[in-house]
Design a protein around this ligand. Structure first.
Ligand SMILES: C[S@@+](CC[C@H](N)C(=O)[O-])C[C@H]1O[C@@H](n2cnc3c(N)ncnc32)[C@H](O)[C@@H]1O
Length: 350
């Protein structure tokens, strides 16, 4: 074997370990086993299933596998231990380091492999509705801490935008709001504003409505099931599109509707993936991850509707600029927001 073959074989071997790890993390997440270890401390297999349920033989295998993988440790008394750092990443829904939803997202995509292969063969798609609850919830859970903890500071640091959002009685739309965490964060940050979340996926609107009620904001936000391309004219001081333009089959129609729906002096802000300006392989880790999302989730979702722009997750700034211009905007600017997860903020200029 040449060194190159060795190296590549080694890479694939590590990828297989990574895949097994992601799927094992999904098991621990969905069984509630990580949460039981985090909340109630180290456990034997019997203690774990007594706390969280499940079959004891499976719990033993999973605990051993997690320890062999170095995610758990084993105490002197033989109990399995979830360390604080691992617990934060795997169970703390409010932490910016919370990544268990990533395992859920890739698993939800893998479950759809027969439908994905059919789409690849025929040029069809796999819709957001087909991907189902795990996909919808993992998307919402993954972005939630960023909206809760980082978005208010970002907006406060953009004085022109912040001033619009502070207009008395400002009307804000959050299109493609998904589980509603961005809508909730906007309502918390701008208590004088009316904030409305709109999504084409009915179960997402139900999830968002539940999340807002549990957050005690049920009367401060409104959620509406519908196509963002149907926004009414001259209604909003600000329209946000968080990580959804690249999913939309007709992004130009949606952005044109957003432009028409702006009140005088209003702003449209798009948050989407912070990918490179141009296709220049090999890409960095963000670019690799985004192509992974695109292959398995976003492109098939966008292609599930006709006609479709077929954007995919890797929407580069020039692509969004083209969509914005075709939708009647003069241009876009990249807002000075650093270190906000995988994302970049754009303002579309009417
Ligand atoms: C990747 S999810 C992002 C959800 C949410 N903004 C977030 O950041 O978690 C994309 C969302 O856009 C919604 N969507 C796609 N096309 C839409 C359209 N034409 N009108 C409204 N919502 C749409 C999907 O239903 C989905 O909830």
């Amino acid at each position: 074997m040449t060194v190159k073959v060795d190296e590549f074989a080694d890479r694939l071997f590590k990828s297989a370990l990574g895949t097994a790890e992601i799927l094992s993390i999904h098991i621990g997440d969905r069984m509630g086993w990580y949460r039981a270890l985090a909340a109630q401390g180290p456990a034997t297999p019997g203690e774990l299933v007594a706390r969280a349920g499940g079959g004891e033989r499976y719990a033993r295998e999973w605990l051993e596998q997690q320890a062999i993988a170095g995610i758990l440790t084993v105490g002197d008394d033989g109990r399995f231990v979830l360390g604080e750092g691992e617990a934060e990443v795997l169970t703390d829904e409010s932490s910016l380091a919370y990544l268990a939803p990533m395992a859920r997202l890739f698993t939800a995509a893998a479950v759809q492999m027969p439908a994905l292969l059919e789409a690849y063969r025929t040029g069809g798609g796999v819709s957001w509705a087909d991907f189902g609850t795990d996909m919808r919830e993992s998307q919402a859970d993954m972005n939630r801490p960023w909206f809760e903890h980082a978005l208010p500071g970002v907006l406060a640091g953009l004085p022109e935008l912040d001033a619009v959002l502070r207009r008395p009685g400002a009307r804000i739309a959050d299109i493609g709001c998904g589980g509603g965490w961005s809508t909730i964060a906007l309502a918390r940050a701008y208590p004088q504003a009316h904030v409305e979340g709109i999504d084409i996926d009915a179960p997402s609107i139900e999830l968002a409505t539940r999340n807002a009620a549990e957050a005690g904001l049920g009367d401060r936000v409104a959620f509406r099931h519908g196509d963002a391309a149907g926004l009414g004219a001259e209604q909003y001081d600000a329209i946000f599109a968080f990580e959804c333009v690249h999913d939309m089959p007709r992004p130009v129609d949606t952005l044109a509707a957003a432009r028409r729906a702006l009140a005088p002096g209003g702003v449209v802000v798009v948050m989407d993936e912070a990918v490179a300006d141009s296709f220049a392989p090999p890409g960095d880790e963000i670019e690799q991850l985004m192509y992974g999302f695109s292959l398995l989730v976003c492109l098939p979702d966008g292609m599930a509707h006709r006609p479709s722009a077929g954007t995919g997750t890797v929407m580069r700034p020039d692509t969004l600029r083209r969509y914005a211009r075709e939708a009647g905007f003069r241009d876009l600017e990249i807002l000075p927001v650093e270190d906000f997860g995988f994302w970049r903020f754009y303002r579309l200029i009417p």
